[in-house]
Design a protein around this ligand. Sequence first.
Ligand code: ZN
Length: 161
Amino acid sequence: MQTNSLYQEVILDHNRKPRNYGTLEHASHHAVGHNPLCGDRLDIALQLEHDLINAISFHGESCAICKASASMMTTAVKGKTRVDAEALIDEFRDMATGKMDLNDPHHLGRLTVFSGIRDLPTRVKCAILPWHTLHAALNSMTSVSTETDDEPTQAITGNHT
Ligand code: ZN
């Protein structure tokens, strides 16, 4: 399968030139995601206007898989509605955890390079963390961890002040 070399090429490319990397001025939503198993820590900020993701950026300390996933996520959801972004979050999670049949209709596009991650259980959380953090940001939860619950979408540590 060429999927493997494409995967490596995409990961390398997004690590060399991460898209939408940095901080965002005038962010309306923001969350920090943490994956203690790997040490990934991501800060995602976005600007939601009329339910449309106008701008999004990320920064933090993370492994190559997490960084590439975050970079691709920001380009995938930029310009999308909140509802479409949430649908993509669900699809990505289902793909990464092996719950999705890629022959079924989906909107993942190039994100399917991450489909092989399902065979690497220790890296699944690295790939999902950015999506998980985006979900938290969209729902005004400021902090999220992959290790607070078995179900990633519910693994929310309510750090509300
Ligand atoms: Zn990682």
